[in-house]
Ligand binder design. Structure first.
Ligand code: CMP
Length: 136
């Protein structure tokens, strides 16, 4: 089923020069295309909307600080089963549990700085796309 998903390449990906590597992995999937892409440093209001469900959790404040620490790349990726598919490419949230061949398994070591965010459902995808790309 064709879908759209919101992907963020986090500030660690930008700092470490991994943007090209990660986008390349996404781009090579048959039938997936990039529908929007932007490099920007996120403000508090945007982060509060995006991570509102995690408010009050112990990792919330350090996560907000990390996510504002440098530019991120926001993308809309579209194509067949792209929501589940990008999450499979990303690997588990904790990079130590993420398999080899996944983005987090290959390049990350700690849970906060896990390089990539990808929407987890169609509802999240539409909500998150509206935050980052309100005109689409
Ligand atoms: P993300 O997919 O962006 O969704 C929430 C983010 O919070 C997650 O990736 C991690 O960056 C971070 N996160 C989730 N759980 C933890 C945790 N236990 N400790 C630190 N950071 C976390």
């Amino acid at each position: 089923m064709p879908q759209r998903t919101l992907v963020l390449l986090k500030p660690d990906a930008t700092r470490r020069g991994l943007i090209g590597e990660i986008i390349s992995r996404i781009e090579r999937k048959a039938g997936w295309t990039l529908a929007a892409m932007e490099l920007r440093t996120l403000d508090t209001a945007t982060l509060e909307r995006h991570y509102g469900e995690h408010l009050g959790k112990p990792f919330y404040e350090p996560l907000m600080e990390f996510m504002a620490s440098g530019p991120v790349v926001a993308l809309i990726v579209q194509g067949e089963s792209v929501i589940e598919g990008v999450r499979a490419l990303a690997g588990k949230t904790n990079p130590l549990e993420a398999g080899p061949g996944t983005i987090r398994g290959d390049f990350a070591t700690i849970t906060r700085e896990n390089l990539i965010h990808a929407s987890d459902s169609e509802e999240s995808a539409e909500r998150e796309i509206a935050i980052f790309f309100p005109k689409s």
